[in-house]
Design a protein around this ligand. Structure first.
Ligand code: SF4
Length: 387
């Protein structure tokens, strides 16, 4: 692995129409291919940058052999605190020995995606939308990943021919209006491959929207090149669903990536996962959500961490998330406050979970509790008079 470059040293990528990798300049911090090539993938790579604890060394040794592999881009690794193992970025990307521990409720496939597969690489859990798992690769393998059963398993991006049955299934089901391209991370794929895939999806007349689920703006922001934007904007409406978890991830580079996406016409939505010891704090989340709105990214969901095998140390009780939402209600405007969501185990679908603001209900009158704790009655309108 090459030496690590501090985020401060990174030159901000401009929204040019030329991809970094086609430039004649030597590979540098803005070359996303070089970032992927030079990613940390072993204990030794991590130890060049971080003072690893015995717990992290044991976790990383295990990850080298089985389960979710290690991959951390030099950019994201440089956001980690070298000395502090409780650093919220480090906790997201450096394995720990605790990953070997199974706790009650753990599942290999918590969202029941295998059970809900309707064609190879295609998952349907809702009436009008499907999830297309186009690749197993990501720029960074997040230690809490819901798809740890399959990401980084060596398959790589699925060739278009292998996705044909999935595309044929979508074409045969006109009730599907929304295709979420995920993986792995679709933006970790070559631009040309992603472009061809979106062209095929767009050719299905009943598909209205395409969503790209990606952590690239967070972990590899220099990948959001002018070349990528030019390729993607041909397929509008395309929504970008990204995944910031902590305000430390809002760097000039990641904000630049979001700005370029917004300028190119992509609505950018953020899904955060509530993670123990990383962001399970109202002040931290308030800072994150405010920063996202400033970057024109809509905080869309705050998700409970899925009960993925080996992630019990990263999960929080549901009540903690409800208490955090209660503290944020009223403190943050509607555009900055995401919905708190529990994606129910076994793939039964997302459920919004809210603090209880209804104090009493009787015919025609409901007593509500405001964010200040006052109780206020809402009176229903009278029944319409019979004609
Ligand atoms: S980027 Fe997404 S799919 Fe990839 S490891 Fe992280 S959470 Fe999992």
């Amino acid at each position: 692995m090459a030496s690590i470059i501090s985020p401060e040293a990174l030159v901000r990528v401009k929204g040019t129409s030329e991809s970094a990798h086609t430039s004649s300049a030597p590979p540098g911090p803005n070359d996303w291919h070089a970032q992927l090539r030079e990613s940390a993938r072993s204990v030794e790579d991590l130890a060049k940058v971080l003072e690893l604890t015995p717990d992290e060394i044991e976790g990383a040794r295990r990850a080298e052999l089985e389960g979710l592999p290690i991959a951390v881009t030099p950019y994201y690794l440089a956001l980690c605190d070298r000395h502090d193992p409780t650093c919220p970025i480090r906790r997201q990307c450096v394995p720990r020995a605790l990953e070997a521990r199974e706790v009650h409720g753990d599942m290999v496939d918590p969202l029941g995606e295998v059970e809900h597969e309707v064609a190879p690489h295609l998952v349907r859990r809702y009436p009008d939308r499907v999830l297309l798992l186009a690749t197993d690769r990501c720029a960074v393998y997040c230690r809490f990943c819901t798809r740890s059963r399959m990401v980084g398993d060596g398959g790589g991006p699925a060739p278009l021919e292998r996705l044909e049955p999935a595309l044929a299934w979508i074409a045969a089901h006109p009730e599907i209006r929304d295709v979420i391209v995920s993986g792995g991370d679709p933006m970790a794929m070559a631009t040309e491959r992603l472009d061809r895939l979106l062209t095929r999806i767009r050719a299905i007349p009943t598909v209205e929207t395409i969503r790209l689920a990606t952590r690239v703006p967070v972990t590899l922001p220099m990948r959001v090149t002018g070349e990528l934007l030019d390729a993607l904007r041909k397929h509008h409406p395309v929504w970008v669903m990204t995944h910031f978890n902590h305000p430390k991830e809002l760097t000039p580079e990641s904000i630049g990536a979001c700005t370029r996406l917004a300028d190119a016409g992509f609505p950018v939505m953020n899904q955060s996962v509530l993670l123990a010891g990383i962001n399970d704090d109202a002040d931290v989340l308030e800072k994150l959500f405010r920063g996202l709105v400033r970057a024109r990214v809509r905080p869309y969901y705050l998700l409970t961490a899925d009960p993925v095998r080996g992630t019990g140390h990263l999960r929080t009780p549901l009540a903690k998330g409800i208490a955090i939402m209660e503290r944020l209600q009223g403190r943050l405007s509607g555009i900055a406050l995401p919905k708190f969501i529990c994606d129910t185990p076994a793939g039964r679908g997302k459920v919004p979970v809210t603090p209880d603001y209804v104090v009493a209900r009787e015919p025609g009158r409901t007593v509500l509790r405001t964010f200040r704790g006052e109780e206020v009655a809402y009176i229903d309108p009278p029944e319409p008079a019979a004609e």
